[in-house]
Write a protein that binds this ligand. Structure first.
Ligand code: NAD
Length: 496
């Protein structure tokens, strides 16, 4: 086939894809199609590898072969952090390996007696994960151990694989040298994520407060799983909290919990409702009158309860809460998801556009959260998850109203953490990047193509990616995850 014919065939395919799925990633579909392969090769086009996502609740969180390393070589016993990591890993179905480089690696030798940890001998093995305990790195010189581990093994990573580094929060380090080394790991993970994104692989960091290792399982499972397919180049902070060793049924961790999701009739809110219901929660779904039909049909399908209300209606707040309580007297999980955009440059933005976005995206989040807490509808040990945006971190042309509101959400989460901690309620924010929904479908074609491509995974996220992050924060085992802002953006170039 001549190049001209190839180009015409590909254009024909592009228009077919556009007709069949207006919100789909046309470029990704086309370049991964067998028809387009000769042209893709001839023009050396980048081919974003489609992400693998969790299909069923029961899927294992880690498969294949995983390599574990620790900076605490020379110690007789494996550190409590290494033990916590290995205990979590032993709950997955991956075969676990370590590298026996010299006899001083007594900690891993001793750990291999209690955990199914074997020595990796075959250098050609493809690995599904490289996990490293860097908590004992004491200063920048000792970062060489992290370099060695990843430098020697990164080529072994297969497609869709995972890198997770576990470090300490810089604030919990006594010495400045250690705090600096722990902070340095953020730069390490962010660059590594950019280098492995072409394999649809991810790299993330968990920063532990000293003594929080017993809370590692929830974020570690999540970041190693397909549920976190669109999370990369991020640092998650784990705080030390006491008394949260609840026994978890990992297949249905939200059994006996009730969740209220605002803006639940479509897009990200709908995916959140479906995912929380999959994980066992009873769901109460809230949206505005024009969405009634969709909302009620979703509530019926998920065995939940529908509430028609406008989150920004101050006078209707009491009625909103009463209507929620018709579904359930109390709730365990609140997801503040409802949001709107009303874009215009600041000079052209009328007060209505400014006010409506601030009201719905920010003031309503504050009002509803506090009313539910004050009236004790949100239970002790509850979870609040607020949907922000990367535009709240980086700003966006034509979105002063939206970015202001979403930055305010992040500030609200940080400030409310201390207030809600008294009732053992956690609050976290999620900042999605480009997610394929009606909201992003409204963006003009070219800007949309650029928007979904400018991240380390070269593709847009799906509503499920945000929903899985919500489910992780909602998990009873996530008591140590407090005041995080987790970007679900494939490491979008915007703002980081
Ligand atoms: P969407 O427009 O598809 O859905 C928003 C939902 O909120 C709709 O069901 C809508 O009816 C509801 N809603 C709007 N105003 C409401 C009100 N006053 N009271 C009750 N419900 C109301 O948008 P989406 O893409 O699913 O976005 C969901 C959230 O994620 C929003 O907060 C949005 O700002 C945020 N977000 C989305 C993206 C993205 O790429 N799609 C990126 C970053 C952040």
């Amino acid at each position: 086939m001549s190049k001209g014919q190839q180009v015409r065939k590909t254009i024909q395919h592009i228009s077919n894809f556009k007709k069949s799925a207006s919100s789909a990633d046309v470029y990704q579909n086309v370049v991964n199609h067998p028809w387009a392969q000769p042209l893709v090769k001839a023009l050396n086009l980048p081919v974003p590898l489609p992400l693998k996502r969790q299909q069923q609740a029961s899927e294992e969180f880690l498969r294949g072969k995983a390599l574990f390393g620790s900076a605490s070589t020379g110690n007789k016993e494996a550190s409590p952090v290494a033990n916590a990591i290995l205990t979590t890993l032993s709950h997955g179905s991956a075969k676990l390996f370590y590298l026996k480089e010299n006899d001083s690696q007594q900690d891993l030798l001793s750990a291999s007696k209690t955990h199914p940890l074997r020595i990796l001998t075959d250098a050609s093995q493809k690995l599904s994960a490289l996990i490293y305990d860097a908590t004992s790195v004491a200063n920048p010189e000792e970062l060489t151990a992290v370099y060695d581990f990843y430098h020697n093994n990164i080529r072994r990573l297969g497609d869709h694989s995972r890198i997770v580094v576990v470090g300490l929060t810089p604030s919990s380090c006594k010495e400045a040298a250690q705090a600096s080394a722990m902070y340095a790991l953020e730069g390490f993970i962010r660059s590594t994520a950019k280098e492995i994104g072409g394999k649809a692989a991810t790299a993330n960091l968990i920063q532990l407060e000293t003594g929080a290792e017993h809370l590692l399982e929830s974020p570690l499972r999540y970041l190693l799983s397909q549920r976190a397919a669109f999370i990369t180049g991020q640092a998650v902070t784990l705080s030390k909290v006491s008394g949260s060793n609840e026994k978890i049924n990992w297949r249905q961790p939200l059994m006996d919990k009730t969740a209220l999701v605002t803006g639940a009739s479509r897009g990200i809110g709908k995916a959140i409702a479906e995912t929380l219901a999959r994980d066992g929660a009873k769901v109460i779904l809230l949206d505005i009158e024009p969405c009634k039909e969709d909302l009620e049909s979703l509530a019926r399908r998920l065995g939940g309860h529908a509430v028609i209300a406008d989150v920004s209606d101050k006078k209707g707040l009491n009625k909103l809460i009463k209507d929620v309580q018709k579904g359930s007297e109390t709730i365990d999980i609140l997801v503040n998801n409802a949001g709107i955009t009303r874009d215009k440059t600041l000079a052209r933005m009328d007060i209505k556009r400014w006010q409506s976005v601030l009201d719905i995206n920010l003031s309503a989040v504050q009002r509803i959260t506090e009313a539910l807490v004050d009236k004790k509808v949100l239970k002790v040990n509850g979870r609040v998850i607020c949907i922000s945006s990367i535009n709240g971190i980086a700003g966006c042309f034509g979105q002063t109203n939206y970015s202001t509101s979403k930055a305010g959400v992040i500030g609200y989460v940080e400030a409310m953490d201390k207030v809600l901690a008294r009732r053992k309620i956690t609050i976290n924010a999620i900042a999605p990047g480009f997610i394929e929904t009606q909201m992003t479908q409204a963006i003009p074609f070219l800007s949309r193509e650029i928007g979904r491509r400018i991240n380390s995974l070269s593709q847009g996220g799906q509503p499920e990616d945000v929903a899985e992050a919500v489910a992780m924060f909602a998990n009873p085992a996530s008591a140590g995850l407090r005041a995080n802002t987790l970007r679900v953006c494939g490491q979008n170039l915007v703002g980081a």
